[in-house]
Design a protein around this ligand. Structure first.
Ligand code: PMP
Length: 382
């Protein structure tokens, strides 16, 4: 068998199991997705605040640009000639808003999560990561070898506490790694308890990914850490711009020294062309408006509650406490049929199956945005 035939055989096996992935041909029409000749309400978007299709915001932003200031490329790594002033402005603004010493911006969350841990961990580091952390964090942990990693049961902070006391003296440093809002279950972790565990020893650091919390939680939209009053206790507070803030990129809030260290040691930061300055300008434009978006935050949380109570009426239990609301069906085949039924009724919701979620917990993952209405949530055929 030659190389192509080997690949083809593997793809055929995926298809036989119903697990072959294909890029969907789709078009966006505001809140709708058009595909296969059908127009469906998008219930699978990470545009949590409903900003991606907000024409007024776009108009306002475009007014700030001229052909001279519209910079479509940085043409280089930030360490060479790509460090346009707008990067510093965004980082200064983030550090000011969060009240931290420093911020560093990356091209995406995948870069942040695959770059930070390998940069700061070594053979004397133990990483303790929640079982359900995102694939980007898992890849970052792999790249952090020879650092050792133990995964604790999802949100089982008692087990985490035991692991810390069991291994605390064996390693020079322990890094706890978690998300604040988990992407598949829509539940949250107890950040205050994590801070308490971190403080129990002086060799423990805390890494929190707020990809699904930033923009959505907190009195000014800075995330769960803002809501729980513990921004200053998190050593690596990571978030992304591709979701609630309708842009692209990611950040870490950290100390000045950590920032300088990452600039020198973090490979996905060093060896990549910086994001286009126009993209950074749009991110900054949105970030400056985040504090004023409480109505959108309240609305999307209300929609989450409404959908959860509808699911409960139908006998479903869901771990969700956020805008991500999974309807756990169980078997994959049933889940696919449910998704198809929803789509036939004009609601674009997608099935999530193993290996993305554990065997037997296939689900429809509703991902709600502030652009939806209560009436639309009530019409979803559950
Ligand atoms: N962290 C989490 C928890 C995510 O869900 C995602 C994206 N789905 C990422 C990081 C990656 O972020 P980005 O899309 O900016 O690469």
């Amino acid at each position: 068998m030659n190389f192509t035939q080997e690949l083809k055989q593997e793809l055929d096996a995926l298809q036989a199991k119903g697990n072959l992935r294909r890029l969907p041909a789709l078009e966006h029409d505001g809140r709708y997705i058009c595909t296969n000749g059908q127009r469906m309400l998008n219930l699978s978007s990470n545009d949590y605040l409903g900003l991606a299709a907000d024409i007024e915001l776009r108009k306002e932003f475009l007014e700030t640009l001229t052909p001279e200031t519209f910079l479509p490329t940085s043409s280089s790594s930030r360490l060479l000639t790509g460090n346009f002033h707008i990067y510093d402005e965004l980082e200064d603004e983030l550090a000011r808003l969060f009240g931290t010493e420093a911020a560093l911006v990356f091209n995406c969350g995948y870069h942040a999560n695959t770059g930070i841990l390998p940069a700061v961990a070594d053979g004397q580091t133990l990483i303790l990561a929640d079982k359900l952390v995102h694939a980007s964090l898992i890849d970052g942990i792999r790249l952090a070898a020879p650092a050792r990693c133990i995964r604790y049961r999802h949100n089982d902070l008692n087990q985490l506490e035991r692991l810390i006391s069991q291994h605390g003296d064996e390693y020079r440093r322990i890094i706890i790694v978690t998300e604040s809002v988990f992407s598949m279950d829509g539940d949250r972790t107890d950040l205050r308890e994590l801070v308490r565990l971190k403080r129990s020893r002086d060799n423990v650091l805390l890494y929190v990914d707020e990809a699904h919390g930033f923009g959505v939680f907190g009195p000014t939209g800075l995330g769960c850490a803002e809501e729980e009053g513990c921004i200053g206790d998190i050593d690596f507070l990571v978030g992304t711009f591709g979701k609630a803030v309708a842009s692209a990129g990611a950040y870490v809030l950290c100390s000045r020294t950590v920032r300088e260290y990452l600039v020198n040691r973090m490979r996905p930061f060093i060896f990549t062309t910086a994001l286009p300055p126009v993209c950074i300008a749009w991110t900054l434009f949105i970030v400056r408006r985040l504090a004023g978006m409480n109505e959108r935050r309240k609305h999307v949380q209300h929609l989450g509650e409404r959908l959860r109570s509808r699911l409960a009426e139908q006998g479903y239990t869901t771990p969700s406490v956020s805008q991500i609301v999974p309807m756990i069906v169980g078997p994959s085949a049933d889940t696919v049929i449910r998704a198809e039924n929803l789509q036939r009724h004009g609601f674009y919701a997608l099935p999530v199956r193993p290996p993305t979620v554990p065997e037997g917990t296939s689900r429809i993952r509703f991902s709600l945005t502030a652009a939806l209405t209560e009436e639309e949530i009530d019409r979803i055929p559950l």
